[in-house]
Design a protein around this ligand. Structure first.
Ligand code: 13P
Length: 252
């Protein structure tokens, strides 16, 4: 179902006590009015998910993991499975973030397996896609995103695909302070919706939640979120302070 979502991806930041403080601050500032407008998801490092989920459950928001294993269980040192994540009450999982693609060499073929694991254990995948600057400069950004979606997602059945949230995160906008313009975001989101309509159908395309991520902040969020095909945001840096994260949620 298409929803307005604002999700905070904390990446590899915060000690335990800092995480606890930030979660309490977010809980404090989230009003019923805000929670009625947007689904709020916090994605801390996995180590803090249990704590985060306890606080989230009491305060009307949700949690997500930043990654999961493509394997079910077994001898995979250091990995965390979908079943483990689900077993502590978490609802979402980020899959295919560009930092995992770049630094941990995750391919769309691997991401496809991760998506299947997430769906099997009833976690909602937040599937990230997006081009690097060179690809945009060469005007192949649409093709790049198309290929990412085709390989990782488009073998899913219509029923399975309906459970996916997509996050368009142009890599050149992540952590750079240079966000995609609202027009650039809208253009890509429309394109993604058309790809979904072509592969599945218009109803599924219209019901898919597509988030924007990349240097989204309190200032640019109102215009980005006012685009008809932008259903919210996946927020990095600005989700590390309660005031700015809440400020972005207010822009929905
Ligand atoms: P920034 O908001 O810090 O650019 O990060 C975006 C992001 O990567 C969210 O997943």
């Amino acid at each position: 179902m298409r929803k307005k979502i604002v999700a905070g991806n904390w990446k590899m930041n915060k000690t335990f006590s800092e995480a606890e403080m930030l979660l309490e601050e977010i809980a404090e500032l989230l009003t019923d009015d805000l929670l009625s407008k947007a689904t709020v998801v916090v994605c801390p490092p996995s180590l803090y998910l249990e704590l985060a989920d306890d606080i989230a459950a009491e305060n009307g928001f949700y949690t997500g993991a930043q990654n999961l294993s493509d394997k079910e269980s077994g001898a995979y040192t250091g990995e965390i499975s979908a079943a483990m994540i689900k077993s502590i009450g978490v609802d979402y999982v980020i899959i295919g973030h560009s930092e995992r693609r770049t630094y941990y060499h995750e391919t769309d073929e691997l991401l496809k397996e991760k998506v299947l694991q997430a769906l099997k254990h009833e976690l909602t995948p937040v599937f990230c896609c997006g081009e690097v600057l060179d690809q945009r400069n060469q005007s192949i950004h649409f093709d790049v995103v198309k290929k990412q979606l085709e390989i990782a997602l488009f073998d899913l059945s219509p029923e399975e695909f309906s459970k996916i949230v997509i996050a368009y995160e142009p890599v050149w906008a992540i952590g750079t302070g240079v966000n995609a313009t609202p027009a650039q975001a809208q253009e890509m989101h429309t394109y993604i919706r058309k790809l979904i309509a072509d592969r599945y159908n218009k109803e599924i395309a219209d019901e898919t939640t597509i988030l924007y991520g990349g240097s989204c902040n309190e200032k640019n969020a109102p215009e980005l979120f006012s685009q008809p095909d932008v259903d919210g945001g996946l927020i990095g840096g600005a989700s590390l302070k309660a005031e700015s994260f809440i400020g972005i949620i207010k822009a929905i």
